[in-house]
Design a protein around this ligand. Sequence first.
Ligand code: HEC
Length: 192
Amino acid sequence: MTQRFILLALVLMCGLAVGASLRAQQQPPAGRAPAAPPTPPDLKTLAADVERLKTLVPSNSHIMMDVQWHWTNLWFAAQAKNWPLATYQFNEARGHMQWLIKKSPMIRSSGPDREQVDIEGIFGGIDTGSLADVKAAIDAKDVAKFAQTYRTMLENCYSCHKAVGRPYIRPMIPKTQAQSMMNVDPTADWPK
Ligand code: HEC
């Protein structure tokens, strides 16, 4: 979302610059002074704008809050056997984990050594392992298998948190639904 916003902003800025120079090249209407010569796009401002936009990208903690949100909703969707909703929540959770990796493939550990941790490598193993197993259980519509794979994935969530020196971020099976206004019942008939 934010990356799309940055791209959009860049495209808009380029569009405005091109539009301005095209307008400047048009003949002035009769009786009016000729327009000022076209100003080329200011690359210095563009670089500063890009730097500013970078500071507006959400923090890693914010991205992880989204992961937690979707991962919690996933549990309740699967308990209700609402498999399309479970698939949606799974994809969102995975998408946000991928976003974290794209944004910060290396993260400085909070541990005493403050070393850089390759979370891209850690996620690579999880993505094709325990995360893929959860997806397989959802696809098989298997509640028991889902619970087992969900739990294993939580252990993997935690292994990444430990690797980045944050062992205090310990996940568990959620007790309450994150989104109380979302009906997880697959047989619900309202709103129509
Ligand atoms: C590849 C590494 C990695 C994986 C996998 C991972 N996390 Fe995280 N998570 C992090 C990092 C790094 C932070 C700390 C972010 C920070 O300090 O800015 C974090 C922080 C969090 C937080 C705390 C957010 C806050 O600020 O309150 C929660 C909650 C969380 N993760 C949930 C999860 C869940 C649930 C999963 C698994 C479904 C998961 N994480 C998988 C790397 C990971």
